[in-house]
Design a protein around this ligand. Structure first.
Ligand code: NAP
Ligand code: HSE
Length: 432
């Protein structure tokens, strides 16, 4: 076999450790598939003295990025350190020098994708990022290549493993939020700062990436409306289940031809819907294209080895392109710039829980406000009593979010309404 293809690994945490293990475990077969072996030449870490779950020869480790980025014998840079800086600086430097880059960094891509692709084009290098969305699920290449002939109208699914793990454990095992979050961190699913999982930022970044590829229009993370799961109450999970729904953190992207809608928030999903049964750290993503119809991608969305699977696949693709002199074939696929719909313009259904005075005429007063704002109710259930007050759950028909917000603002001012305790969108029905 001829020369090795040499890799500089930036980061040796959960994902970096997985990449080292996978290249060790399947190195022979990988070399046979490529016709050349892959070799990790250097590894950048922050702390040279930290004890590590994965054993590597100590001389491979460095805390100086230049020893990797400026080494002419390193052909592919694998960035699995995370965060915006210095990861952005290192990737730009590598690409401009013509070194191909594989990254799992959705934070960077969802904000600086355009700049990174321009650098890849300038350097004639590959920039691959399969692991940035869906962990081990091959969704990025599928959208960029296999489904490229379609006009994609919708991408919707569960794209954060940590929150899905938490919601699954809270609903199926009635466990506490904080305890399950700590478990997700131990299992390597959570981001270095888990607030980005919990508050929906991680999923918003992934939806920005998916929407950009699917619709050919650049969507950045700040443009994605997002809510997290921190304010969900266990009783809403229970009431939703009693009504025949699961609560999931959903990413939804829709292109109506004129504008795109991209949002992330908790949603009630009918228990009969395939997304309702996606449990633990699994992700599932529906894609709707004019030729393919509906396709669903399902698999482990986070964790050491599933993510390493995606990273190593990208390394092999970059190595093939290097070997065959075909680098830089697939760059940015955005070819247009469509407006992004404000959240107030979306049309969907809602689950609402209110604490109201338990007295005659209350329901009529509330229904009157909803009617005034064209919010039509599909069902109203009294789920319990809170002292002298009644706890009511409403499910609406399809309604424009602006109208719902106006109605809720008026309801908050009614003396009979003590609290609007919960508002969750209902998806997976006939929203569009
Ligand atoms: P991690 O466990 O926190 O590992 C980060 C690694 O990068 C550590 O080895 C750390 O060095 C090194 N590092 C960080 N900042 C550095 C700096 N400024 N200089 C030198 N080294 C630095 O993170 P991870 O979970 O592997 O995630 C890595 C990336 O993959 C992130 O972009 C994340 O969003 C993405 N991702 C993660 C998953 C997952 O399931 N975990 C899945 C998909 C994508 P020390 O070890 O010395 O601290
Ligand atoms: N923290 C992320 C998640 C890792 O839980 O989905 C995978 O991108």
């Amino acid at each position: 076999m001829r020369r090795t293809v040499n890799i500089g690994l930036l980061g040796l945490g959960t994902v970096g450790g997985g990449v080292v293990k996978l290249l060790e475990q399947n190195g022979r077969a990988i070399a046979q598939k490529l016709g050349r072996p892959l070799e990790i030449r250097r590894i950048l870490v922050r702390d040279l003295n930290r004890s590590r779950a994965v054993k590597v020869p100590p001389e491979l480790l460095t805390a100086r990025a230049e020893t990797i980025l400026e080494d002419p014998d390193i052909h592919i840079i694998v960035e699995v350190m995370g965060g915006l800086e210095p990861a952005r600086e290192y990737i730009l430097k590598a690409l401009r020098q013509g070194k191909s880059v594989v990254t799992a960094n959705k934070d960077l891509l969802a904000l600086y994708g355009k700049e990174l692709f321009a650098a890849a084009d300038a350097g004639g290098a590959d920039l691959f990022f399969e692991a940035s969305v869906g962990g081990g699920i091959p969704i990025v290449h599928s959208l960029k290549e296999c489904l490229a002939g379609n006009r994609i109208s919708r991408v919707m699914g569960i794209v954060n493993g940590t929150t899905n793990y938490i919601l699954t454990k809270m609903s199926r095992e009635e466990r506490e939020f904080a305890e399950v979050l700590a478990e997700a961190q131990r299992l390597g699913y959570a981001e270095a700062d888990p607030r980005s999982d919990i508050e929906g930022d991680d999923a918003a970044r992934k939806m920005a990436i998916l929407a950009s590829i699917a619709f050919g229009t650049r969507v950045t993370y700040p443009e994605v409306y997002h809510e997290g799961i921190a304010n969900l109450h266990p009783q809403d999970i229970k009431y939703a289940a009693d009504l025949g729904y699961a609560i999931k953190l959903l990413g939804i992207a829709w292109d109506d031809g004129e504008a795109v809608e991209v949002r992330v928030h908790p949603a009630l999903v009918p228990l009969t819907h395939p997304l309702a049964s996606v449990g633990g750290a699994f992700n599932a993503i529906f894609v709707e294209g004019d030729a393919v119809g509906e396709a669903m991608f399902y698999g482990q969305g986070a964790g050491e080895m599933p993510t390493a699977s995606a990273v190593v696949g990208d390394i092999m693709e970059a190595a093939r392109n290097l070997i065959h002199g075909t680098r830089g074939r697939i760059s940015c696929t955005c070819f247009t710039q469509k407006p992004i719909k404000p959240i107030e313009d979306i049309v969907t259904r809602y689950y609402l829980r209110m604490i109201v005075k338990d007295r005659p005429g209350v329901l009529a007063a509330i229904a009157g406000v909803f009617g005034e704002r064209q919010v039509s109710l599909a069902s109203v259930i009294q789920v319990g009593m809170v002292g002298e007050q009644a706890e009511l759950v409403f499910i609406t028909h399809l309604v424009r979010e602006r109208n719902l917000r106006e109605a809720l603002e008026i309801l908050e001012g009614l003396p009979v309404v003590n609290q609007i305790a919960c508002v969750i969108r209902v998806e997976g029905g006939t929203a569009h």
